[in-house]
Write a protein that binds this ligand. Sequence first.
Ligand code: TAP
Length: 478
Amino acid sequence: MSSAFAYAPAPESRAVVDIAPSYGLFIDGEFTEAAGGKVFKTVSPANEEVLSEVAQAGSEDVERAVKAARKAFEKWSALPGAERAKYLFRIARLIQERSRELAVLESLDNGKPIRESRDSDLPLVAAHFFYYAGWADKLGHAGYGADPKPLGVAGQVIPWNFPLLMLAWKIAPALACGNTVVLKPAETTPLSALFFADICRQAGLPKGVVNILTGDGSTGAELVAHPDVNKVAFTGSTEVGKAIARTVAGTDKKLTLELGGKAANIVFDDAPIDQAVEGIVNGIFFNQGHVCCAGSRLLVQESVQDELLAALKRRMSTLRVGDPLDKNTDIGAINSAEQLARITELADAGESEGAERWAPSCELPDAGYWFAPTLFTGVTQAHRIAQEEIFGPVLSVLTFRTPEEAVAKANNTPYGLSAGVWTEKGSRILWMANKLRAGIVWSNTFNKFDPASPFGGYKESGFGREGGRHGLEAYLDV
Ligand code: TAP
């Protein structure tokens, strides 16, 4: 199938990153093969090209990495905060210097549009390191006592939707507080974490302070269960989060979980429609909808439903799906065949349960994993597409008449991560923010992130906060 939006490699951009044919694990400051010699391939989801072969860490490697982190902890935690800050500032600057290379790498391995990795992911990654570098010598003023202590070795497991940004959310506060780290990136997106390991070396970070173990879920499970890990930080699915909570239960490990979401983006009849449409599109189609806080349910006030949906469909018809390295692309590739199958299954369930499916005409590339931006109307609260996290470019539309009904519907899922409110009335925004059971409430905007803002959920979206002063608490003995 060919179309104006078909995948066509952009060799110029691709050339800015030099991907080696194989990578080892990063343990104690060195790249090393896995003890068992196992490897796996990482592919570009846009064309299924094998990008590299990466080591699969087993239990012996987890042991080595935790040992290295434990050894490094002694000196790292004893450094004055201002000294740790110097390393973090250096890392932040190196990320900025290498941001073009890292953005292309991230788009290749993940499938996200280069415009997003270049303008959102990478600036935020650097901003997180700058922000937490600033805290490293001010921990005594963070509200956790005059001399708060780090926890020790942090075992961190991250997903594939924002590989480098999730790494930054985990590693920057951990190091600022004086902890050392063993981090496992997701199996489908290991490369940017390995490039980050190289940046740690470039920054002269002491050996063992950051260790990267590539591997699958079994590596993550071994890491979080390791008895010498003091802190577990996980971002990913609610199902795996629950399994990790069971593993950690009964130990003295400190745990934070950042899990799924099913956010409501709530549009009142006094909202500026064009602005709301942009917010809805950004809310659900940013990063192909692979966003835990995605505005995957649109709640629209009945009186403006027709006008809003007509404008939304017109806007969706302009979205370009295709080559992640093309600067004009709005929606890139779905991260993996498994994720595409999940999205397809849930969208099909939406149809079979009676909702009406609509997508703009849009030809998709032959190779790779793709899903057209999709809208469901006539959705009821009981439908699976109104309850389950789809984690793809699929929007479920429900309606409401009163603010009370909007709140009741917004809160009616197992999740509680984020929500959006679109209205001209300031008093209504405040009223809604109080009533919504969501860790983050945006008003007249969506998907806005800042390292100074705490991020985290209620209910099955997890617990603990990342970002801001609150994010320090997860890495301190308070
Ligand atoms: P998960 O399976 O939860 O994977 C997240 C991370 O945990 C990955 O690094 C994964 O490794 C690792 N992992 C898997 N099983 C583990 C275990 N038993 N113990 C410790 N670590 C383990 O998520 P996924 O498969 O990538 O996506 C599944 C669904 O999760 C998605 O459809 C979406 O709904 C949700 N999700 C949510 C988020 C956020 S930010 N809330 C992010 C990603 C996915 P491997 O990648 O190697 O399996």
